[in-house]
Every structure is written in C-alpha cells, then in structure tokens.
Design a binder for this molecule. Structure first.
Ligand SMILES: *Cc1c(COP(=O)(O)O)cnc(C)c1O
Length: 389
C-alpha cells in the first residue's frame, strides 16, 4: 500500500503530526511554554541539535501548524501571526523600505488600505491603487522604477472581483517586482497562489482554517527564495501565535476540506435560490455564470465556499432593520468561515474605483446549518422587509 497520502484532502489530515513525540497522541498537544530548557552547554551554544529554545521562536504546537500550512499552501516556509491583519502588515514590512512604491488592488480588505495610508506612508513608502478589473496593460503602466510590490486580494473583499494571479505573477517577474496575494477566501484549499508564481500568500486563518469563530490567527506562506529572510523578519517583529490558538487552528485545519465542501454545496444552492427572487437585482457569486469573472474562477480555482453577496435595489433602513433584527439562524457579525451563517449589510469603500451599484449590498456567509433552515430564515427576513417570497 502506498503510505504517502496523495490527495490534498488526505494530506491535510496528516501534515505536521508528530504523534511519536507525544506519547502517541494523535493531535499535537498545547505547549504552554516560554522557556524551553537546554540539555547541555553544547546545545545551549548551538553546537548540538536543539529544535526549540526560547518559545517566541516556536513550540511543538506552532511547528505542527506551520508544517501543515506549508502543505496547504504548497509553500517552503510559513510564519504564523496573532491575526490576519498582523500577517498582511508583516508582509509589507518585510518587503518594503523607504522610497519604494507599492501597487495595491482597490478591493483589498479595508484595514489593509488603512495600514498603507496610516503606517506605510509615514515611512516614506509610496502607495498607489489599481481598480480590480483594470487591464493588465493598465496595471503595467503604473509600474515605476521604484515599484517593489504588487499586493492583490482575490476575490476582493465584499465585492468578489477576481484577479488574474498567473498573469500578475508574470508581470511582476518581468519587472522584477514581488507579488503578494491575500488568499483568505480560498483558505489555501481552493487556490494556491505560490503555484502560480506569487511570492507570498497571506491568509487570515481566523476564517475558514480555524472554522469555528473562536480564534484569531494569520499566516504568510512563501517559496524557497524568500524562506529564510521571511523567517528572520517574523522573529524580529516578535508577533508569535499563542499555543491555544495554534491548537485550535490545527484542529480546524483537519476538517477544512470537508467543511469547505459543505459550505460550497449549501452556498451554491442558496445563491441560485436568491438569484431567482424577483426583488434581488444581482448575486455576486463566483459559481454563477452571470459573475463577470466566472470563467477565470473556473480556470484557477478548484471550487468556491459559502461566501457571496447580493443586492436588494429597493429597501430602506427601516425595512432592513425589520429584516436583520429578527433573524433566528443568521447572525449579524463580521467575519466568515465559521460553522455559523452570517448576514451583514456591506458598504464597500474604495480609493480610486468607487462602488456605484444602486441598492443595498448584503454579504452572506452560508454556514453548516441545513440549507432548508437557512432558506426559511432568509425567506421570513425578506418578508419582514416587505417582499413576497
Ligand atoms: C478577515 C480578513 C483579514 C484580517 O484577518 P484578521 O484575522 O481578522 O485580522 C484580512 N484579509 C481578509 C481578506 C479578511 O477577510
């Protein structure tokens, strides 16, 4: 029998496990430690092998997670941080220096824009935004001699515009620029930016990887070329993940593929249903043929998840409150990727390509509840807003 797991689903169940080092325990236990003792002076002086020292540099728990993330993202190295925002910011601080120019997609997560505006600019780093559906030529025209990094997020937060990552990677290589991708939507399972030539893949593991709305963490994954330098930057910033969160993240990762598949199936069904309702003007779901980037998605992604948007053209705030204040299953809260369904009004904020679609944009995360129950809750909500379902 072939003992090496071959499918990515199976790999995710086995990656990073070190049972023999923990009395056979299937899961790597939580190591609460700051000090790890050295067995000898030689080990203390680095002259004998010693994997763990002062625990800011890692523990068996975080190491298991890092190894599993490397498998997930097809990466040579992965560093873990206490949040997705910390991961995005570490990548910027790692790559950029004063005088550099950064091109960033206008549909990136809002705190990513804010970090560029309020921190990077202070350090004399030039920030320029590009519209998500700008042609590749138009993006290329923005590249300057001091451009260091293109920062993409695919699909864009709230509005789901996909980026042609393979094409951006080629462009970046041609001009000797680095490409970083916020890969939170795909969770690393549906799309692997490093396979397509990106230098860095970043995730908020808070979302699908942890999967249970109970922990925050972030990751930056990279290839061989950047591995050592990124590890060093991470160490210098001292932004390590706590052992309990690393454990929860690992636990979530084991069921990632299974959960994503369920989110996708339910999400597809509900997206088609919402799309059929006469009072909905648009559904922003990558799996629908009506999505402008549907073909690109089919080319690059192995599936989708439970997250999408829809627009109600004729609804005022009073009706919206009637709808949202009395939902029984769908919660009103930020985030996605947990087991629970969430529904929020979304207000995209852009720097250079304002969102102009008329109507109220909503963002729905289809959780693991039964489709029937989610639909029922949504239907009663639409009725409270005055629509006939
Ligand atoms: C949530 C999110 C982040 C930030 O992650 P946190 O873990 O909340 O700090 C970054 N990028 C995207 C696309 C996200 O959805």
């Amino acid at each position: 029998m072939n003992k090496t797991p071959t499918t990515k689903e199976t790999q995710l169940l086995h990656a990073g496990r070190t049972s023999e080092a923990h009395f056979g325990a299937v899961n790597t236990p939580v190591y609460h430690a700051s000090t790890m003792l050295y067995p000898s002076l030689a080990a203390f002086r680095g002259k004998a092998p010693q994997r763990f020292g002062y625990a800011r540099g890692g523990t068996p728990t975080s190491q298991s997670l890092e190894e599993a993330i490397c498998v997930l993202e097809n990466a040579a190295e992965a560093v873990l941080l206490p949040s997705g925002v910390a991961a995005v910011n570490l990548c910027f601080m790692h790559v950029c220096q004063a005088g550099d120019h950064v091109l960033i997609v206008d549909t990136a997560y809002l705190p990513t824009h804010s970090f560029c505006e309020h921190v990077l600019k202070k350090f004399d780093i030039e920030i320029e935004y590009y519209a998500p559906r700008q042609s590749l030529e138009a993006v290329e025209a923005k590249i300057k001699p001091n451009t260091k990094l293109i920062f993409a997020e695919s699909p864009g937060s709230l509005t789901f515009e996909l980026q042609d990552i393979p094409a951006l990677a080629k462009l970046a290589k041609k001009h000797d620029v680095f490409l970083a991708v916020d890969n939170t939507f795909s969770a690393g399972h549906l799309f692997k930016p490093l396979d397509h030539g990106a230098d860095f893949s970043i995730q908020s593991g808070t979302k699908y990887i942890s999967g249970h709305a109970d922990c925050l963490f972030g990751l930056v994954a990279t290839n061989e070329k950047h591995a050592n330098q990124l590890r060093r930057t991470h160490k210098l910033f001292g932004q390590s993940i706590g052992p309990d969160d690393a454990f929860l993240a690992l636990r979530g990762l084991r069921s990632l593929a299974t959960r994503l598949h369920h989110h996708e199936t339910s999400g597809n069904e509900i997206a088609h249903w919402i799309n059929s309702l006469p009072f909905i003007s648009k559904v922003l779901h990558l799996g629908l043929e009506s999505h402008p980037d549907h073909e690109l998605w089919k080319r690059d992604f192995s599936g989708t998840n439970g997250l999408f948007g829809f627009i109600m053209p004729s609804i005022d705030d009073e009706k919206l409150a009637n709808m949202l204040d009395h939902m029984e299953i769908l919660g009103m809260g930020f985030s996605f990727g947990g087991y629970e369904s969430l529904l929020i009004p979304a207000e995209p904020k852009r720097m250079v390509s304002p969102w102009t679609e008329p109507g109220q944009l909503m963002r729905l995360h289809v959780g693991l509840e039964s489709v029937e129950d989610i639909k029922h809750d949504l239907a009663r909500g639409f009725e409270r807003a005055g629509f006939t379902v």
